[in-house]
Design a protein around this ligand. Structure first.
Ligand SMILES: NC(=O)c1ccc[n+]([C@@H]2O[C@H](COP(=O)([O-])OP(=O)(O)OC[C@H]3O[C@@H](n4cnc5c(N)ncnc54)[C@H](OP(=O)(O)O)[C@@H]3O)[C@@H](O)[C@H]2O)c1
Ligand SMILES: *[C@@H]1O[C@H](CO)[C@@H](O)[C@H](O)[C@H]1NC(C)=O
Ligand SMILES: *[C@@H]1O[C@H](CO)[C@@H](O)[C@H](O)[C@H]1NC(C)=O
Ligand SMILES: *[C@@H]1O[C@H](CO)[C@@H](O)[C@H](O)[C@H]1NC(C)=O
Length: 324
């Protein structure tokens, strides 16, 4: 029955077009539903973080640093992690977090891409504070790539961005189960939108989204998982910090400052909004919010998505093809 009547080219596409039509018909209701949800979220009560224990990976700079300050202002105990480097600012970040109101801050040097390091810092956290409430998997790198680069050089992107979130999560889950805690995972809108030259980065972030969406079913309702899919936020990451070995750096690739090319969000209001939403138990957060519209465009109008990405990230190949 399925083989003869339903599994043919015509009926298969029919299902798709009928679904598209249904989507159009229900879209006014979806719209109202979204508005109602948004209004409700404004009144949802916020978690009291005073006395809670928060572990943040990648706390030495960028959004991880700012999130540490935001949690500190709310009275949380903190553990912040970054790699051992002579010029590391981790200790200064810890001092500043104490000044801002955290009752106690522990900082540890560890590499999140190493499983033993992750076992160590989760264990140390619980030994020191006796509990764990929020795990913020934030550490990440974002090299630009081109298919002409040596493909064997991109292992660290997956090791740090993907495994560097999964390892600490694995060790933290038993402790988070006891406190009804939260896992906050730093994916990226790149994991959905797949901009050019960010292939490995996007793949690592898409893997995070898939992994944690699946994990959600295993750990809920005890543990809440919040997936961040941020757009461009003004941190060091969108400069040339991580480029090495003649790889295209963000700076040389983006001939202008990113701020002048695409709409970016200032880091501080972004982090404030993120921590606010986390306290309300959000399961996904996208800042700046207009990026959500890009997600819809990507799925509903893939050609339009390709068109604007081509505009923002002009490709050398197309120029070569045009000229010759
Ligand atoms: N900025 C944006 O526009 C944007 C947009 C979407 C998503 N994100 C995501 O946000 C996260 C942080 O970005 P950012 O802009 O704040 O970058 P950043 O300023 O470079 O911060 C990255 C942090 O991760 C740490 N880190 C890197 N590798 C590590 C490792 N192996 N082990 C432990 N810590 C490590 C770094 O510390 P050390 O180098 O001292 O170890 C640093 O504290 C990333 O996951 C990124 O994908 C950013
Ligand atoms: C938050 O919790 C702390 C201790 O658990 C308590 O002293 C404080 O009054 C609480 N604050 C609010 C606003 O409920
Ligand atoms: C998430 O990771 C990116 C780098 O991949 C970093 O720029 C950003 O600060 C991290 N933190 C948050 C909260 O997004
Ligand atoms: C974790 O900490 C306990 C002390 O509470 C210690 O006995 C144990 O060996 C530690 N495990 C690891 C893997 O560090």
């Amino acid at each position: 029955m399925y083989e003869t009547y339903l599994n043919n080219r015509f009926t298969n596409s029919l299902v798709f077009y009928i679904f598209l039509l249904l989507l159009l018909l229900v879209s006014p209701f979806l719209f109202v539903w979204e508005l109602v949800n948004y209004a409700r979220s404004c009144f949802r009560s916020k978690e009291n973080l005073s006395g809670k224990v928060v572990l943040i990976t990648g706390g030495s700079s960028g959004l991880g640093e700012l999130m540490a300050y935001e949690y500190a202002k709310l009275g949380a105990y903190l553990v912040i992690i970054a790699r051992q480097k002579p010029e590391s600012r981790l200790e200064q970040v810890a001092d500043r977090a104490r000044e801002l109101g955290s009752p106690d801050v522990l900082f540890m040097f560890a590499d999140v891409s190493k499983v033993d390091d992750c076992r160590m810092f989760v264990n140390e956290t619980v030994n020191h504070f006796g509990r764990l409430d929020h795990l913020v998997c934030n550490a990440g790198i974002s090299p630009l790539n081109s298919i002409n680069n040596d493909v064997t050089g991109f292992g660290p992107v997956i090791d740090i961005n993907f495994w560097g979130s999964v390892y600490p999560t694995h060790f933290a889950i038993p402790h988070l189960m006891k406190t009804n805690g939260k896992i906050i995972v730093n994916a990226s809108s790149a994991g959905v939108l797949n901009p050019p030259r960010y292939g490995f980065y996007s793949a690592s972030k898409a893997a995070l989204i898939s992994f944690y969406e699946s994990l959600r079913f295993e750990v809920s309702p005890m543990i809440t998982i919040t997936i961040l899919t941020l757009g461009y936020i003004q941190t060091n990451m969108i400069t040339a910090k991580y480029s090495r070995n003649g790889r295209l750096s963000a700076k040389s690739y983006f001939t202008q400052d990113m701020k002048d090319v695409v709409p970016t969000m200032a880091a501080e209001p972004c982090v404030k909004a993120i921590v606010d939403e986390i306290r309300k138990g959000a399961t996904s957060i996208t800042e700046p919010r207009f990026v959500k519209a890009l997600f819809l465009i990507k799925y509903l109008f893939p050609q339009l998505h390709q068109f604007y990405l081509n505009m923002y990230f002009p490709s050398k190949n197309r120029k070569l093809k045009r000229d010759g």
